[in-house]
Design a protein around this ligand. Structure first.
Ligand code: HEM
Length: 402
């Protein structure tokens, strides 16, 4: 932090805000009553990179400006998973800046194009149907553990060529990595994931398959294989990006639908609006908190930011910014403003967004087609997670049995 002018300082913590237990998005949006950017001191963010505190940017326009400017705002080691295990390899491509970033983004694209998402959609639909058929006649399910976790995680396992029996282990590692109670728990999870991925890479070198890891091993960049640390960074990125985000967004979407039967009725009346509805839900539920480092001293909208300062962008604040969206907390399938930052913007725009959208649309379509109106059966069991990716731990849903 630069010395000289007094920065706005605010000890913001969703963990201690009772409103966040009900809705982290509405709780966080209270920040819109304060400065557009403030300094969060100390250890509020228990992450290797942020022990000294960080800036928090609350407005859509400012977050967008930062995300579009990788020259002044670097994402190099901005998440910092490798630091947890004493390493310095970046998540690839998220923690690489241009121009190297572009090289690896290109490597991934064949697996994440709109065409690839379409190609996978029959399998994704089969999976959604199988999961729903497994609990529909019971008339209830914990949506998170019964659907929102196994659905995207199984798609991820398919892409990685891994057997479904590893699912529970991966979910536990990912949860500890993102939300572990303290640093040793997070570090232990990072170490387990790293060891698993190194072992997987070694196995696939010996016996390649038609999975994404084998593809990355065989890929040649300017006639040479991808270096080992970049390969690990790519696999770690897929693990971190592929396991938790869709689960988190689905949790908030299905809770909203449970609380607002009129929204369910609108989807049932016209399933053709599902793509629009999915985009509006994604707009409203920007679950990711992301970070950048300042690469130079600067005056950023009247705030003195110093080279090396860490800047936090809770994208859920952009989701609910009244300067960007009229009545931002309202879910409106006909909303005129389509833009959102929930998948970020600029060079690091989510590579998995076509896959994620496909999964969310199919989940909505198959639930609407197969499950009668659902409601929350026990509000007391819902708990929210507000560290890192915002999420629900449990969501007990029930409906009239057929
Ligand atoms: C609804 C679900 C998802 C959301 C909300 C989401 C959100 C995001 C966000 C906000 C970023 C950029 C962060 C930044 O700019 O610092 C990102 C990047 C990324 N995501 Fe996603 N994501 C989702 C699903 C997925 C899935 C399913 C995958 C793949 C398995 C994936 C793979 C990636 C990758 C590879 C990047 C890095 C892109 C780059 O640096 O060029 N994401 N995601």
């Amino acid at each position: 932090m630069m010395q000289g002018n007094a920065p706005p300082i605010h000890n913001w913590s969703l963990a201690t805000d009772p409103d966040a237990a009900i809705c982290p998005f509405q709780a966080a949006a209270k920040l819109h009553d304060g400065p557009d950017i403030f300094f969060l001191p100390g250890e509020a963010h228990v992450r290797a990179a942020g022990l000294g505190g960080n800036w928090v940017v609350t407005r859509y326009a400012l977050q967008e400006e930062i995300l579009l400017d990788p020259v002044r705002f670097s994402s190099h080691l901005s998440i910092g998973f490798s630091r947890l295990v004493g390493d310095s390899w970046p998540l690839v491509p998220l923690e690489l800046d241009p121009p190297e970033h572009g090289l690896y983004r290109k490597v991934l694209m064949p697996w994440f194009s709109p065409g690839k998402a379409r190609e996978l959609s029959a399998e994704i639909r089969r999976l959604a149907v199988t999961l729903i058929d497994g609990f529909r006649d019971r008339g209830s399910v914990d949506f998170i553990t019964g659907f929102a976790q196994p659905f995207p995680v199984t798609v991820f396992l398919l892409m990685m060529g891994l057997p479904p029996d590893r699912m529970a282990t991966f979910i536990a590692w990912e949860d500890d990595l993102l939300r572990g109670a303290d640093m040793p728990v997070r570090a232990a999870a990072a170490a387990q994931i790293k060891a698993f991925l190194l072992d997987l890479i070694a196995q696939r070198r010996r016996a390649p398959g038609d999975d994404i890891v084998s593809y990355l091993i065989a890929y040649e960049l300017d006639g040479a294989p991808i270096p080992d640390d970049r390969l690990l960074g790519l696999c770690f990125m897929l693990f971190a990006g592929g396991l938790d985000t869709v689960t988190s967004v689905l949790g908030f979407i299905f809770r909203e639908l449970a609380m607002r039967p009129a929204l369910q009725a609108a989807l049932r009346a016209d399933p053709g609006i599902v793509p629009k509805a999915a985009d509006e839900f994604i707009r409203a539920f920007g679950v990711v908190n992301t970070f950048r480092y300042a690469t130079c001293d600067m005056d950023f909208h009247g705030v003195a930011i110093a080279k090396g300062d860490l800047i936090q962008l809770p994208l859920g604040l952009a989701s609910r910014d009244g300067r960007m969206y009229a009545d931002p907390h309202r879910i409106d399938f006909g909303r005129a403003t389509k833009r959102s930052l929930s998948f970020s913007t600029g060079p690091h725009t989510c590579a998995g967004m076509h896959l994620a959208r496909t999964e969310i649309r199919i989940a909505l379509e198959e639930w609407i087609a197969r499950v009668p109106e659902w409601h929350i059966s026990d509000v007391g069991q819902i708990t929210t997670a507000t560290e890192s990716v915002w999420a629900l731990h449990h969501l007990p849903l029930a409906w009239a049995q057929p």
